[in-house]
Design a protein. Structure first.
Length: 171
């Protein structure tokens, strides 16, 4: 399977050292199944170019890692994982910390919503309806969050290319 990672800088090798928490699936190295979804992460501020990294990986091997999670849709279990990762930085409902989480992207609209939830300490039950309304309309595809060194080491670089911002396309 091919996966794509967009970045404003060239990445010599995938690493968890730059990973940030409080994202859809917590702290990890994020990739997208769709090249277009990754392009939005190539540009920072007013930069005119970024880098698209293409990796090949064995999907079955990734999903065979300890505690790996995969979601086909934005169902209740997926929503709880997104809530826990955005609120606490990692999924808290599982006995083990998943090495890999794959599933739909919640999208950028939820950033402000979760910032407010963290400040107020809002419970999942108190926010589930608002979350469903905030997330349903986003049109991003499937993302993969590699959360362990073992998972990241399974990536094989296929291509790195410099991509240019296209104002007409909104990128």
């Amino acid at each position: 399977m091919l996966l794509y990672h967009g970045s404003p800088t060239l990445i010599p090798a995938p690493s968890l050292s730059m990973a940030r928490g409080y994202r859809d699936f917590g702290c990890g190295f994020y990739l997208a199944e769709d090249e277009i979804d990754s392009l939005t992460y190539c540009f920072k501020g007013d930069s005119s170019f970024g880098f698209l990294h293409t990796y090949e990986v064995d999907e079955d091997c990734l999903l065979g890692l300890p505690g790996a999670l995969s979601f086909d849709d934005k169902g209740d279990e997926w929503l709880r994982v997104v809530y826990e990762c955005r609120m606490f930085g990692h999924p808290t409902s599982f006995g083990t910390d998943p090495a890999v989480i794959a599933g739909p992207t919640a999208g950028m609209k939820v950033n402000d919503v979760f910032r407010r939830y963290r400040k107020e300490g809002t419970s999942f039950e108190d926010c589930v309806d608002e979350l469903r309304r905030s997330i349903v309309t986003d049109k991003f595809g499937i993302q993969w969050c590699l959360r362990s060194t073992e998972a990241v080491q399974m990536l094989h670089l296929i291509d790195r290319e410099r991509v240019w911002r296209d104002e007409e396309c909104g990128l």
